[in-house]
Ligand binder design. Structure first.
Ligand SMILES: [Fe+2]
Length: 277
């Protein structure tokens, strides 16, 4: 299935180049009858919103498994609680990196295919999750830019994201982040489907073979290009919403919110299916 008009699943476009709202009920979604169409739509639109679907954790896990292979979290759990409340998570400080544009699992050879987030407690101020479609952004680039970046590679490391929120870490803190890894990745992901997407975000440290400032200029240009209005969707959460994004063709970030507001999202992940090299 390739063209959106061939799909039977009921949905409406949020914007022409990013986002679709799925208009099916919970039982239909859990049945898996539209799973392959949802996967196609996910790649085309980058982000799928299931408004007010009110999945329990068990239902979210079951729904995730209709779409592909569930990826377990670090400690073997199926569901991860995304919160900055230190009583709920030991990684609250690390998660502050999610306030900056990124994709998940950049350090893994095969980044996760998709993330699925369900809202349990919302922040009354801020706290939207924002997305940018890096397939559409690549396709819209001027031809000269496509030629410039066709074979470029960049260094990606968690240190870069963490230094966005803590620009002057202690040496020990920096070394803890540094131990999280470093990878060299292409700026353009040439997918097995033949489509291409941009590999950018705040993990990017520098572009190999370029003067450091010229490399930063290019990374800033590409991030600014990819997050412009036409490729960008900001999701304002209601309790019970579930949002799925294609992690191989989008960037995302959380908008700031009061850290003590109790905002809570439950995440499941779809196993990566395609190596990024
Ligand atoms: Fe993330």
């Amino acid at each position: 299935m390739s063209a959106a008009q061939e799909l039977r699943v009921k949905y409406r476009d949020i914007k022409p180049e990013i986002g679709a709202e799925i208009l099916e009920d919970k039982a239909t979604l859990l049945s898996g009858v539209y799973a392959s169409e949802l996967r196609d739509l996910l790649e085309q639109k980058g982000v799928l919103v299931l408004p007010q679907i009110h999945f329990t954790d068990e239902e979210q896990v079951a729904f995730t498994k209709t779409l592909g292979q569930l990826a377990q979290e670090n400690r073997g759990a199926d569901v991860y609680k995304v919160t900055l409340d230190k009583s709920q998570t030991s990684t609250a400080d690390y998660l502050k990196g999610s306030f900056y544009w990124h994709f998940d699992g950049a350090m893994n050879p095969t980044p996760i295919r998709a993330s699925i987030l369900s809202s349990k407690v919302i922040s009354l101020e801020g706290g939207n999750t924002e997305f940018a479609n890096t397939y559409a952004a690549y396709e819209g680039l001027p031809v000269e830019r496509k030629q410039q970046i066709a074979d470029l590679r960049a260094v990606y490391a968690a240190t870069a994201t963490q230094m966005c929120h803590t620009p002057e870490p202690s040496y020990e803190e920096f070394m803890r982040w540094r131990a999280l890894g470093r990878v060299e990745l292409p700026l353009v992901w040439k997918h097995e489907s033949g489509r291409k997407s941009l590999v950018i975000g705040n993990y990017a440290v520098n572009v190999l073979g370029m003067d450091p400032l010229d490399g930063i200029e290019l990374l800033v240009y590409l991030r600014d290009w990819a997050t412009q209005e036409r490729y960008h969707y900001s999701h304002k959460w209601s309790v019970g919403d579930t949002v799925i994004w294609d992690n191989t063709g989008t960037l995302h970030r959380a908008m700031p919110y009061p850290l003590d507001c109790g905002r809570m999202l439950h995440r499941t992940k779809l196993q990566g299916e395609e190596p990024l090299r």
